[in-house]
Structure formats: structure tokens, C-alpha cells
Write a protein that binds this ligand. Structure first.
Ligand code: PEP
Length: 255
């Protein structure tokens, strides 16, 4: 059984005051989602603060980005070692905003993934197609290229502790959500590729859905056989909404 993971990508939002209130709200509701792993990914400057607000509440900490380089003259970059030292267990790699706004290519995303694995961080590899690519019937090819770039670099062993997030670009921050059927189809394609590489890896990999997931649509998405949780943007900034999604994931465990 794959443990559901509900992850919050705070993007470039937050302040010391807002972070304390948000973690306080999540802490107050962790009992609403038994059996679900919770993860928050604040901006890197707030990792220390958020880590200390989390305390022993059993909420994992993650970063939103990592350098592909280990150390050196890379102004503005943050290494995987530094993230691990700040208490991160996870890091997002290849989020569509990094790909589209900061020109990250598949090879660079794969290098970031490898840097994270090297330091014992669990990468959350984000993949997804644009609206144009979906309309051209290229969805499967696009997400498989994004996944294959990582498989080619790190091999099946490098993926063992990873998570994949399928995030159709047209659904991120737009209020548009993939239907459960649309999402399930792509999740199944991704899992099938992993199974081809290594059956055990494919069966164990958690594949999250991301793209305007909200309390109102979470249950439908999370009920799909290959959807193992969510990567939540906007709704992760509201403790009630975030934990309502986590509670929906917990409900799925009851069968
Ligand atoms: C995201 O940023 O990963 C995301 C899914 O955002 P939203 O939930 O706001 O669409």
C-alpha cells in the first residue's frame, strides 16, 4: 500500500507571521488525516523558521528548488547539502514554473534530481504538459521525456526514494483541474514506464496529482488507483483547505 502524500508548494508566498499562523493551523488539524504524510515546501529563506514551527508535529519539510552543483561560486544558488542541513527531507525539482520561467531543461532537472539524491533528499519530480501539447496529442510523450531524462541519469536505484508529481501546466493556478479520468490516464502511463524499468519501483512509486486541487475536487482525484496524493499550490496557503484535502486522502485509506 502506498502511503498518501499531501504536499504544499507555498511558492514565493509567506512572511514570518503568516508562516507561523499557517503551520499553527496545520498542526491543529493533523489528527484529521490519519495515515497521510504531510509535507510543506516554503521559500528557502523560511526553512529554518518553518522547521522550528513544525517542531515534533510530524510534518515533513521540503524546499522548492535545489542547485545541480554541490558547492562553489554559484551566486544565489542553494545546494542539496545546505537543504539537508536545514532539516529538509524533500525537494521539488522541475516544477513547471522553474521550467517555463527559469528555462530549466530536462537535463538540468535531472542533474538537480541527482544532486538531491546524492545528499539523501527525496526529490519530487514534477512533470506535465502545456495546453498546446495536450491539444496536439503529445501529453504522454512530453511527460515520458521528462521522466526518462531522470531515469537515464540516475537509473532505477536513484528513483527509489523519489516521488513524481503529474502537474498539467494548464491546470496550475488556473482553477482548471484535470478530470479524474484525464489525470488517471497520465498517472498510469508514468507508472507503466517505471514498471518497465523495474517492476517493484513502479509498484511502490507515489505519483501525486497537482493542478488546482481543492477540497471540492480532491476526493474524485484521490480515488483513482494511480493517484497517491497531491501537490497543492494555492490551497496549501490555507490550513483549513490544505487539511481538508489531506482528510480526503485519509478517507481513501478506509476503502
Ligand atoms: C503547484 O504549484 O504545484 C500547483 C499545483 O498549484 P495550484 O494548486 O495553485 O494549481
Amino acid at each position: 500500500m502506498r502511503q498518501p502524500l499531501i504536499a504544499g508548494n507555498w511558492k514565493m508566498h509567506g512572511s514570518r507571521t503568516d508562516n507561523a499562523a499557517l503551520i499553527g493551523g496545520i498542526r491543529g488539524k493533523v489528527d484529521d488525516a490519519p495515515g497521510v504524510e504531510l509535507l510543506v515546501c516554503p521559500p528557502s529563506v523560511f526553512l529554518a523558521q518553518v522547521g522550528s514551527e513544525i517542531g515534533s508535529a510530524g510534518i515533513a519539510l521540503g524546499a522548492q528548488n535545489v542547485s545541480e552543483y554541490a558547492t562553489g561560486a554559484y551566486t544565489g544558488e542553494v545546494s542539496a547539502t545546505m537543504l539537508a542541513e536545514m532539516g529538509c527531507h524533500y525537494v521539488l525539482v522541475g516544477h513547471s514554473e522553474r521550467r517555463s520561467l527559469f528555462a530549466e531543461l530536462n537535463e538540468q532537472v535531472a542533474a538537480k534530481f541527482a544532486a538531491a539524491v546524492e545528499q539523501g533528499l527525496r526529490p519530487v519530480l514534477c512533470v506535465g504538459e502545456t495546453l498546446g501539447q495536450r491539444q496536439e496529442g503529445e501529453t504522454d510523450a512530453v511527460v515520458l521525456r521528462q521522466l526518462d531524462a531522470v531515469i537515464d541519469l540516475v537509473g532505477p536505484n536513484g528513483l527509489r526514494n523519489a516521488v513524481i508529481a503529474y502537474e498539467p501546466v494548464w491546470a496550475i493556478g488556473t482553477g482548471e483541474t484535470a478530470t479524474p479520468k484525464q489525470a488517471q490516464e497520465v498517472h498510469a502511463v508514468l507508472r507503466q514506464r517505471l514498471v518497465e524499468v523495474d517492476a517493484e519501483l513502479g509498484a511502490a512509486m507515489r505519483i501525486l496529482y497537482g493542478g488546482s486541487m481543492k477540497p471540492a475536487n480532491a476526493a474524485g482525484l484521490l480515488s483513482q488507483p494511480d493517484i497517491d496524493g497531491g501537490l497543492i499550490g494555492g490551497a496549501s496557503l490555507d490550513a483549513d483547505q490544505f487539511m481538508a484535502i489531506a482528510a480526503a486522502a485519509s478517507e481513501q485509506l478506509k476503502g
